[in-house]
Design a protein around this ligand. Sequence first.
Ligand SMILES: *Cc1c(COP(=O)(O)O)cnc(C)c1O
Length: 495
Amino acid sequence: MTEPLIYDLGAAGRRGVLLPDCDVPETPLPAELLRDELDFPEVSELQVVRHFTRLSNLNFSIDKGFYPLGSCTMKYNPKLNEDMARLSGFAAHHPLSDSEGSQGALALMYSLQNWLAEISGFKGVSLMPAAGAHGELAGILMIRKYHVDRGDTKRTKILIPNSAHGTNPATVTMAGYTTVELPADENGDVDLEALKAACDDTVAGMMITVPNTLGLFESKILDVIKTVHECGGLMYMDGANMNALLGAVKPGELGFDVMHYNLHKTFSTPHGGGGPGSGPVGVGEKLVPFLPGPIVGIVEEAKGEDDSPLYGWVTPEKTIGRMKAFHGNFGMHVRAYTYIRIHGDQGIKDITRHAVLNANYIRVNLRDTYHVPFDRINAHEFVLEGHFEGIDSVHALDISKRLIDYGFHPPTNYFPLLVPEALMIEPTETEDKATLDEFIDVMKKIAAEAKENPELLTGAPHTAPVSRLDEVRAAKQLVLCCRPIPEWAETTKSS
Ligand SMILES: *Cc1c(COP(=O)(O)O)cnc(C)c1O
């Protein structure tokens, strides 16, 4: 399928806008600003609208189909969130407004801070970090400052299980620490003996993804926390996947000292297109003074019952400082606030119950067709192996590409690294049984095709506008202009 380029649509004299007659003296543009090599197409407004609408339809999105991309929680984002974020009092609020003129926005942020703290059992929350990985960095910097503040400067290591998300070791390096990797045991949990051997007074803390990237809840989590605390380290929980724990587990009550949330996953704000994210951090008592700030606080209590308190910015006593300048991702806070209010107490619990049920339903229905390496009750996602005995030509990537032909977004591929040919599947709670059944049927059909006609998989996708890309170059050398796709971008075979 070849898409017409907008350059080919142009014809001399077509106009997209009608300008009024000039009623000021004309001034020629400076010659150095005019570039002859820019040959813009001349097109009508309708052509432009159709061109970009057609292009947007080539994209896959959660609004178009099932998107079981493990660890990314591609749940449906209710449109009501968008309406609320676009209310002009929020959307048009000027970043330099003073706090007296920002009481509505501050009240919303204050409530959101408190709800996030309540949901996860923490004492304090800062909304400042702009993404999950940014929250991780804030968390590890807090751990660092906590130790240094006590004069304990020999701690240089952070322990990370090999089932952790890839951003965890990256964060540790960014924060100036060294990562010590811990193996998983045969159940997919952290190997407790290895943990005990690694714990000493040079360990600043441990960073652990819960549920881990196998979609498994660490069954010995209390022992893990106790072991690290006993050697003086703090516990960081990667809470990007709180979709698995809402209303069921409060990490703060388990003993975690700090955690980040991914509002753009768990609390249904759009993500995946490079737009704004939001990765607040929650902390236990020890780290409250170190929170990145300012955060929203009550600066003057309400005087009477019908009165509201006065909100303002407060800076935690030993703050690690700002993680960014403005709260430019405030719209994400409005969306998450809306989402929590719409669901309420019971609804929040149901999110997790349904997310976990959906993921287990798919696993149980596929385990006779695909090898599921850790075949025990999983949380919001699970991992299967994307290959078949005796069929060497078919890999996880081929199964993923074939799913595109059937109208589904592929699962996460080749992650976690500890499972060969990993396919990580996260259905989320917003999908109904009919969609899950359809996906299960297609996965079984693809397994049958792999045996009968493997070329259908290795040559897939057959229906997409472009077939296989050199994925590394496609991500690193984005082609964002309306030029023909360069030859290097398309390869026919999987590598
Ligand atoms: C998505 C994710 C992250 C990173 O979040 P970003 O907002 O993409 O920076 C970290 N950890 C886990 C477990 C995740 O799923």
